[in-house]
Design a protein around this ligand. Structure first.
Ligand code: ZN
Length: 155
């Protein structure tokens, strides 16, 4: 049993490293949301997925690999409403339960896959933070993101 467990841990580590290396090599800018992993793991629907992937480890690897390869890694505040916000028009839903995987914006009618929509929002918020768009941040009620790495050309 112990040997099988070591094997699973090793292949997961290997998979995580391959994923983060690929993401860093293929992208100049990487944006991620800081997740409250502890809270997420309390939710039975997400518990397995989040713990299996080791989200904080992925984030850690993205950060140091991005720094090592001269890429930009920006983290968005965990309270930014990336899932509830329509990436097309900016409308923010009152609520969006975790079981809803796709939704239609009541404002502009855009159809969203939950994860793809959230990813678009996180990327635009990350780019806005890198551009120093404080006004945009206020307008979109985006709390201050943390800037882990600032590219030389923006300093
Ligand atoms: Zn919309």
């Amino acid at each position: 049993m112990a040997r099988i467990h070591v094997k699973i841990t090793d292949s997961r580590k290997d998979w995580t490293h391959k994923l983060t290396s690929r993401l860093v090599s293929e992208n100049q800018v990487l944006a991620a949301k800081s997740l409250q992993v502890k809270n997420r793991v309390k939710n039975p629907c997400l518990a397995k997925a989040v713990s299996d992937v080791g989200w904080s480890e992925i984030t850690r690897q993205l950060e140091y690999k991005a720094n090592g390869y001269g890429r930009t890694f920006v983290q968005i505040d965990k309270f930014y409403p990336s899932s509830k916000r329509c990436s097309t028009c900016g409308h923010i839903l009152e609520s969006l339960t975790l079981d809803v995987r796709s939704w239609t914006c009541p404002e502009c009618g855009a159809e969203h896959c939950r994860d793809a929509n959230a990813a678009k929002n996180i990327l635009s918020a990350g780019l806005a933070i890198l551009a120093g768009a404080d006004a945009l941040r206020l307008h979109e009620k985006v709390p201050r993101g943390t800037r882990n790495h600032k590219p030389a050309e923006l300093e």
